[in-house]
Write a protein that binds this ligand. Structure first.
Ligand code: C2O
Ligand code: CU
Ligand code: CU
Length: 461
């Protein structure tokens, strides 16, 4: 029943197959989880909404002692939750108040390429841009982050990342926890190294195979806790780390339910004892605390490190409904005798490549037809060093996983995906259908691999 493929394959590895930076327990006193604010928009008379997102620098009290120099959206660190609805017209004014170019990429959003915010649309320091789009996809938890050529890793590490919640009618009708900060919590999980003066120093932390930290930071909180009732609690997990893979589990070994994959609800809740998320991936899980007594606690763990402590501090006064058996109705994709495209990820460090080539904005790597289903086979090439997991991410779509090495994917990957782990020497087939024309990126979501050129572009016509 466990949906995690290849258990124990959480390799967070460096060049020699060694773990680069060990994640340690935080010696900081447990603090209440910081909740990103839900962004206030300006509604228009026709049901549309407009938002302003500003990338800026700031100082953030993350750890005891000196504040850390950070980046954030509308804030000094991380960003707000942008709430939008299916079929809604959305306007976003983006402002770059950093002293360097950035871009505003909406990871997982099905938008035309001029809205997508990839490397083709940098916003120079001091400049603004206005985007408009209609939400054409179902309820999901997506995120946004910078994507400037060669510089995504540093800017995300400094703190640029925020969440997008899409809602729709199906969502409205599902009996699941929905009270923000009460029983529905976002968890942006990241790892960082704090220098002795509490600063982030990307260049010293940097590794070409992925920048790792020894300290977990969740929504910008070290060693966080939440106080909750003895009811079902929904955790919206985002692996917002540059490179680290996480293997989440509960401290008492109990199972939990995964209810979404990257692009929306799974067809049904999947019981899990452990859940792997690679960089860029999201999953919403339900932890059922209804059998807990006041005063009891449980922890969400990554290996031996606490990600979040859930303290049951209050008796619920409501009747908690069972989880719905049906959450969505996604048909399975269709395999083909021969894939339409085959893409090979290879190499490590500065030698990473896709189909033997490194990213070149002047070269179009692939072509696809809008509104046409294609099968893409993505290979993680054998490597003398043992290879590593590459998180494959594709812009502009939500895709379906057809198989892993020919085998049907685990239950929790039978939903909409935009990012998927490629294990060493593995081939994954996906079904892709672009809803919009334009140029879309595909790349490894280890941000240092992306910055080192493990990225290509597809022209959709
Ligand atoms: Cu989340 Cu191309 O990125
Ligand atoms: Cu993306
Ligand atoms: Cu990679």
């Amino acid at each position: 029943e466990n949906g995690t493929p290849q258990m124990g394959m959480t390799n967070n590895m460096g060049m020699d197959g060694e773990v680069t930076t060990e994640l340690g327990p935080s010696n900081q006193e447990s603090k209440e989880l910081v909740l990103p604010p839900v962004l206030e928009g300006t509604p228009s008379s026709d049901g549309g909404i407009s938002y302003t997102i500003t990338a800026q620098e700031g100082n953030t009290q993350l750890k005891e002692g000196n504040p850390t120099q950070t980046y954030g959206y509308n804030d000094s660190f991380l960003g707000p939750v942008i709430r939008i609805r299916k079929d809604q017209r959305v306007t976003i004014r983006t402002e770059n108040k950093l002293n360097t170019a950035t871009s505003f990429h909406w990871h997982g959003l099905k938008v035309p390429s001029n809205v997508d915010g990839g490397p083709h649309t940098p916003i120079e320091s001091g400049k603004t841009a206005e985007l408009e789009f209609t939400v054409k996809q179902e309820a999901a938890t997506l995120w946004f982050h910078p994507h400037p050529t060669g510089n995504a890793g540093q800017q995300v590490y400094q703190g640029l990342a925020g969440l997008i919640y899409i809602e729709d009618e199906n969502y409205d009708n599902l009996a699941i926890p929905k009270e923000y900060g009460i029983n529905d919590f976002p968890l942006i999980v990241q790892d960082r190294i704090f220098e002795t003066d509490n600063q982030f120093n990307y260049s010293t932390a940097y590794s070409p195979d992925g920048t790792f930290g020894d300290t977990l930071v969740v929504n910008g909180t070290l060693n966080p806790y939440i106080d909750v009732k003895n009811e079902k609690v929904r955790l919206r997990l985002l692996n917002g780390s540059n490179a680290r893979n996480y293997q989440f589990r509960l401290s008492n070994g109990n199972s939990f339910y995964q209810i979404t994959s990257d692009g929306g609800f799974l067809n049904e809740p999947i019981p899990m004892e452990s859940l792997q998320l690679v960089p860029g991936e999201r999953a919403e899980i339900i932890v059922d605390l209804s059998s807990y007594s006041i005063g009891e606690s449980i922890q969400l763990m990554e290996e031996t490190v606490s990600v979040l402590t859930l303290n049951v501090t209050e008796e619920t006064t409501e009747d908690i409904p069972p989880l719905p058996n049906t959450l969505n109705s996604i048909s399975s994709g269709e395999e083909k005798e021969t894939p339409d495209k085959e893409i090979t990820f290879s190499g490590m460090g500065n030698m990473v490549a896709i189909d033997g080539k490194q990213f070149d904005m002047d070269r179009m790597d692939l072509r696809a037809k809008v509104g046409t289903k294609e099968v893409w086979k993505i290979d993680n090439a054998p490597d003398m060093m043992g290879g590593m997991i590459h998180p494959f991410h594709l812009h502009g779509v939500q895709f379906k996983v057809l198989n892993r090495n020919g085998e049907t994917p685990p239950e929790n990957e039978k939903g909409w995906k935009d990012t998927i782990a490629l294990y060493p020497e593995e081939s994954v087939e996906i079904e892709v259908e672009f809803p919009e024309k334009g140029i879309f990126m595909y790349h490894c979501h280890i941000l240092e691999h992306e910055d080192n050129g493990m990225m290509g572009q597809v022209l959709v016509e």
